[in-house]
Design a protein around this ligand. Structure first.
Ligand code: HEM
Ligand SMILES: *[C@@H]1O[C@H](CO)[C@@H](O)[C@H](O)[C@H]1NC(C)=O
Length: 332
């Protein structure tokens, strides 16, 4: 009896210490007892959505990233604006850009029918991201679960913490570091840009910059000028901001390692893709990029590992936050 009480005391101290800073445990099979169909419902609906519109797989993967980098993986990105609180959806990196909210709404609706107030929106985003990757031929992994949903959004946080496509390598490294992710995570997770599209507004600066990133006369420069000509025809100096181009021109809807081949050739779409090569003066990143470009399995393993790490950023657990009834609004 005494021993039991001691054990409970020790456990509860440990538990509260772990959760008090919002950095609690996530576990596998969290919904095994309370909502055994949760993972199946999510997977099925992501498959259907990605089958109808392959780009949605990319958009859904990106939602998890934009959630996790603002406060933490707490579904803050899903909240709509209300009196006194501006949505993260309105922030620069998200406005007219994030997609897929209707898919999340549908999944949440079905989960509320199946097991009310049980599956958090933050966990839905984490499962959806994995299933989206799988739907386009990418790797799978076990998603750790047990996140709670935030009670607020952070418009300012979205502007501050989500890296911009014209960032320097140094600032990309810094923004990942600020979230507990290292340079290897940066390189592996940037491989997400093997699927999906970007708007003209996101790559215009790069294709019209006065000073090209490559040496005149080099092979890379020649390839890049051809690539740039195509991009300029899609995206003029001004206007057509919402025209899109594929992030991976070779295999735009396939989750593969082609992103790394592209950036080695100077053909990454975004400035932030290309600085991984052009500003890597120590050659550490180049080595990793080469490894992924020549070994898709290795990329897949690293990607899965880094996604799990990203999914752990400042999660709310236990009594923190809530499980939203509707992902767009906090419960009243
Ligand atoms: C390294 C820093 C990153 C920067 C600067 C960046 C920036 C961008 C930009 C500007 C776009 C195009 C948005 C638009 O024009 O509407 C985009 C698209 C995308 N990003 Fe990133 N991103 C980064 C990292 C990531 C990460 C870590 C992930 C996922 C884990 C990710 C997943 C995606 C996907 C899948 C798309 C395509 C979305 C679609 O087609 O709807 N990105 N990113
Ligand atoms: C990046 O783009 C933003 C928005 O278009 C612009 O305000 C900023 O000056 C650019 N930064 C750099 C370093 O070019």
């Amino acid at each position: 009896m005494e021993l039991m009480r001691l054990l409970i005391m020790v456990l509860s101290i440990f538990y509260s210490a772990k959760t008090s800073n919002g950095d609690g445990f996530l576990v596998y099979d969290y919904y095994k007892e309370t909502c055994p169909l949760a993972e199946d419902i999510v997977r099925h609906n992501v498959e259907v959505a990605a089958y109808k519109d392959p780009r949605l797989a990319a958009s859904l993967l990106r939602l998890h990233f934009h959630d996790c980098f603002v406060m933490g993986c707490d579904a803050s990105v899903l909240l709509d604006s209300v009196e006194g609180m501006t949505s993260e959806k309105q922030a620069g990196p998200n406005l007219n850009s994030l997609r897929g909210f209707e898919v999340i709404d549908k999944i949440k609706y079905l989960l509320e029918e199946e097991c009310p107030l049980t599956v958090s929106c933050a966990d839905i985003l984490a499962m959806v991201a994995r299933d989206a990757v799988v739907s386009r031929g990418g790797p799978t992994w076990e998603v750790l679960l047990g996140r709670k949903d935030s009670l607020k959004s952070s418009f300012n946080g979205a502007n501050q913490f989500i890296p911009a496509p014209n960032s320097s390598l140094e600032s990309l490294i810094d923004s990942f570091k600020a979230k507990g992710l290292d340079m290897e995570d940066l390189v592996a997770l940037s491989g997400s840009h093997t699927i999906g599209r970007a708007r003209c507004a996101s790559f215009r600066q790069r294709i019209y910059e006065a000073k090209p990133e490559y040496h005149h006369g080099s092979d890379r420069y020649r390839r890049y000028t051809t690539f740039r000509r195509i991009l300029r025809s899609i995206c003029p100096v001004t206007g057509r901001d919402h025209k899109v181009a594929p992030l991976d021109f070779e295999t735009p809807t396939k989750f593969d390692n082609h992103y790394y081949i592209n950036i080695l050739e100077g053909n990454g779409l975004l400035g932030s893709d290309n600085v991984l090569i052009t500003q890597d003066h120590e050659g550490v990143i180049k080595e990793q990029v080469w490894a992924y470009a020549s070994n898709q399995k290795l990329f897949f393993a690293s990607f899965a590992k880094s996604m799990i790490k990203m999914g752990n950023i400042n999660v709310l657990t236990g009594n923190e936050g809530e499980i939203r009834r509707n992902c767009r609004f906090v419960n009243t």
